[in-house]
Design a protein around this ligand. Sequence first.
Ligand code: DGY
Length: 320
Amino acid sequence: MSRPVLWIPRRVSDATLARAQRDYEVITKDTDTPGTAAEIIAMSAQADAMLPCHSELFTADVVAQLDPRLKIIANHSVGYDHCDLQALGARGIVVTNTPDVLSDATAEIAMLLMLGAARRAVEGDRLVRTGAWDSWSPSFMVGKQVTGARIGIVGMGRVGRAFATKARGFGMQIHYHNRTRLPADLEQGAVFHESLETLLPQADFLSLHCPATPETVDLLNAKTLAMLPMGAVVVNTARGALVDEAALLQALAQGHVAAAGLDCFKTEPGGNPAFAAHDNVFMLPHIGSATRATRDAMGFRALDNIDAFFAGQAPKDRLV
Ligand code: DGY
């Protein structure tokens, strides 16, 4: 019996590729560039399954042009805002994601960004790297202390909770806003806020961990940024869509936001060059889940979902 054809639009981990090639007829490219709409549509006539990333876009327009051969899209991502689930569901195409396996790696990057922003990592690194470090005094390179401060977490799903665990290790007081309050065993003493409006004034540090949905686009905007305490630090490892970047730039320029740590931007790849003018913005290129162990785990989780589908079982992480 012939094996299903699997299209993997970019370079995945060696272990993921080896397992995929063991079990499927794999078509792939050795590239980090996202598959275009035209490629996705063309490949749907050649592949039974796809293993895309968060930046291959399955818009309603693309979905309408997919060939009926394509049966399953097993995302190599926990986020699925790049997929029009309604359109895909209506076409009968199964869609899955990779929850759980990237929570710790992403929480680590959020911690790195929070610490780096608070303790002026960009500025300090440049001083030493360029040989411009020529003095020291008690008032030199003074930043904001994390230990004992209040952290506001928006979105207390798996990544938000993994971040809260790490923040507890730093003695932070955890406040959070979530659609629903967590049970006590998951909350672990964190203070629940029913609304963003009550959370924000408590957030000396704010970390975003919610998905991008029509309701959360520009959740941080001029009005909500103004609700933060003066000198707050903002961290985003979730999605660029959550932040009105012009408003954040203005809050940084005014000093209302003391610093920001950003792994996600409205425009990716590329980011927003306007942030580069601010030394108090510590930026990374969307690498929250980029550890060897996590990338293997994401690839394997996506393949587990494809395996289940072709074995006639329900994929564990089915979204539609
Ligand atoms: C995710 O899994 O959604 C991350 O953003 C990486 O793709």
